[in-house]
Structures are given as C-alpha cells and as structure tokens.
Design a protein around this ligand. Structure first.
Ligand code: GLN
Length: 200
C-alpha cells in the first residue's frame, strides 16, 4: 500500500480506543473524528460500538451527521460494529424516539435484539468466504439484521440463522465486536476496501 491510510474513528462515545488500537496495529493512521474537518481528512471510517442513540444525538449536535451521511453515500469505505451497525442501517426497529441513522446499508436492524435475558454472549462464527479460524464474536446488547436488500451480502449468521454480519459495496457492519477480541480481519478488509477505492 502506498503510504499509511488515514482511517477515522468516530470518537463521540463508545469503544473508540479499541478500534484505534486495531487500526494502528495494522499500520493505518487512526484519526479520532469529532469535527467535519477531521472527517474530510480520512479515506475510511469506523463507527464504534457504544450507544447508538447517544452517538446519533452527538453527531447531530457536533454538525457531523450530514457530512457522515453524505460521505458514506459517496462511497467512503466504512465499518460499523454493534451501535455502529445500527448507525449504518437504513431502517431501525425499536429505535428511540427521533433516533436517526447515517444509512449506507440497505438493511433493517433490530436494536437490543437478544433481550435482557441474553444481554451479552460470546460465540465462534464462520464468515462467508473466509478461511479458518472462525471469528470469536462478542455480542453486547447487540442488534441483528432482520431484513436485507438484494445488494447486501450476508457475511455471517448465528446458529438460528439470524444475520449478524453484512457487507454492501464498501460498507461493512457486524453485530459483534472483533475489536474487543483482537480479531483484525474485518479492519483489514476495511483497509483493503480503502486501497481498492484509491486505485479505482
Ligand atoms: N444496544 C446498543 C445500541 O442500541 C448497542 C450496544 C453496543 O454497541 N455494544 O446502540
């Protein structure tokens, strides 16, 4: 890769540091994004896990919402984990009143889809088209994808068939948090998408 790509991590709330660590481990320059100027300086973006309602509100009050929405629509390679997946979904079930997303994935997600009895759990997931080992996936009050449009590639489902990882063009979303278990493959895929876009 020519030089190190600058990859933004939306740094309003959530597990920003974990994503920064993985990106730096992969040789990228991780840029915390809190302002539109910072967004304009990156060639890819990560939306962390956390609380999607809080990140949504802060993005709007920091004047970032529209800039992020447009950047993703224009093809900025973007990866969202958990709350980040919710922020990428075109449609949200069980959204908070007035909750908005940036969109970019033609999916419907259900927030807190596992209910309070199964708040958090870990499992191993095979990812479509990937070699072993499976991903050790941590779910924390996670959403699932309840409906996906034709352009959406399903990357992983849990045992009962529910969708937990998707890709549409250069936008990736997972219900779980590979940044927490140290699996760097999703972030590497994001870097590959950035490189492909730069070469196009
Ligand atoms: N339940 C959170 C939300 O709705 C997501 C949880 C997470 O990111 N770990 O935003």
């Amino acid at each position: 890769m020519a030089g190190s790509p600058r990859v933004g991590v939306l740094a309003l709330q959530g597990d920003v540091r974990e994503h920064v660590r993985v990106l730096e481990h992969l040789g990228a320059v991780a840029v915390p994004v809190r302002r539109p100027e910072e967004l304009a300086s990156v060639s890819g973006l990560v939306l962390p896990g956390g609380e999607s309602t809080v990140i949504d509100k802060l993005a709007r009050s920091f004047g970032l919402h529209e800039a992020i929405r447009q950047a993703i629509a224009a093809g900025l390679p973007t990866y969202g984990t958990c709350a980040g997946l919710i922020l990428l979904a075109d449609r949200i079930v069980d959204a908070a009143a007035g909750q908005q997303s940036f969109g970019g994935l033609d999916v419907t997600v259900r927030r807190n889809a596992f209910g309070s009895q199964l708040d958090s759990f870990e499992t191993e997931l095979a990812i479509s088209g990937w070699k072993a080992p499976p991903v050790r996936a941590v779910f924390i009050r996670a959403p699932i994808v309840v409906e996906a449009g034709e352009a959406v590639q399903i990357l992983a489902t849990i045992e009962d068939g529910r969708i937990v990882a998707v890709r549409q063009g250069s936008v990736l979303g997972t219900s779980f948090h590979p940044e927490v278990t140290g699996d760097v493959r999703f972030h590497r895929l994001l870097l590959d998408l950035i490189e492909e876009r730069a070469a196009a």
